[in-house]
Write a protein that binds this ligand. Structure first.
Ligand code: NDP
Length: 281
């Protein structure tokens, strides 16, 4: 059984483990802090070192929890955070980044994303990202919830082609990106960070998925993650505040889905036949 994590390469050549970790809903309830910190630590222990957070999550609370978990271990993580669209002006992005760095207790982010498109011109956000990069406050930058048209517009902006990643909703029940956005990103080596990879838990009650998982002595979450891990350039970021579920999710890489199973999944969760507007949560 191979438990080596597959990898995803960024356009700059940086290589990342293809299974990361999400922190949405963390940092909202002090009573849960201990478990959340332990879960992030477990993700690092298991090599799921791409840790995704955002200024939005818990109003900065998730960044604080992440910072606490990374104390003394910052170098092990590839740390990702996001700027809210209404902060994404030239000055606002720089300020938001500095605020995130303070909450995270670090001097740099490995990847900084625009959380979704807003009213500030992309030129301004990109200029801010490039300045932050020159100053060593971020290593890479990218976007989130950008459809093909948004990506094309981004690439028309000065330095827009420096985008390293696009974080989008992608799971068995949300396969629209396979029609156009996924190949568009794959052709350019832009990492596709798959958010809500188990549909926030809703996928786990699917009877067919449960049935298929049983055949592997696996869980539906593992099948859902294994499906994503099959795809080149895709980096799912499941969230769990439970160390056992973090271990369970990590073990998804050991599942080697057969062609027959992948065909079965295509029957159960049909791939797109035409353009579908990008969905978001
Ligand atoms: P996920 O699909 O990762 O599901 C998380 C939920 O599933 C939690 O309730 C978790 O509960 C539960 N869970 C996790 N693993 C298991 C398991 N093995 N068995 C049973 N339940 C499980 O949803 P998210 O929306 O959190 O997406 C992941 C990450 O993506 C976010 O945390 C965030 O970092 C990012 N994201 C980005 C967005 C964007 O706009 N850019 C939007 C949404 C998410 P528990 O913690 O109790 O284990």
């Amino acid at each position: 059984m191979d438990d080596t994590l597959p990898t995803v390469s960024l356009p700059s050549g940086i290589t990342l483990p293809a299974l990361g970790f999400g922190t949405w809903n963390m940092g909202e309830d002090g009573a849960k802090a201990k478990d959340e910190i332990a879960a992030i630590g477990k993700a690092l222990d298991l090599g799921m070192t791409v840790i995704d957070t955002a200024e939005m999550y818990g109003n900065g609370g998730a960044e604080k929890i992440t910072g606490a978990a990374l104390q003394g271990r910052r170098d092990e993580a590839f740390l990702v955070s996001k700027v809210l669209p209404w902060n994404a002006s030239l000055k606002g992005t720089i300020q938001a980044c500095e605020d995130s760095l303070k909450r995270l207790g670090t001097d740099h982010l490995d990847l900084y994303l625009l959380h979704w498109r807003g009213d500030h011109p992309l030129e301004e956000t990109v200029a801010a990202f490039e300045r932050l990069r020159r100053e060593g406050k971020i290593r890479e930058w990218g976007v989130s919830n950008f459809d093909v048209e948004d990506m094309e517009e981004l690439f028309s902006v000065e330095h827009g082609h420096n985008c390293a990643a696009n974080q989008v909703l992608y799971n068995l029940t949300r396969r629209g990106i396979e029609f156009d956005l996924l190949p568009w990103c794959q052709q350019r080596n832009i990492a596709v960070m798959a958010y809500s990879p188990i549909e926030q838990g809703r996928l786990l009650n699917n009877a067919d998925l449960i049935h298929m998982a049983k055949a592997y002595q696996a869980t539906p979450a593992q099948v859902a993650l294994a499906f994503l891990l099959e795809r080149e350039g895709v980096l799912p970021i499941p969230k769990s505040a439970n160390v056992h579920r973090v271990e369970e999710n990590r073990a998804a890489v050991e599942l080697d889905l057969t062609d027959e199973d992948l065909q079965r999944l295509d029957t159960l969760f049909a791939p797109p036949q035409r353009k579908q507007p990008l969905e978001m949560l």
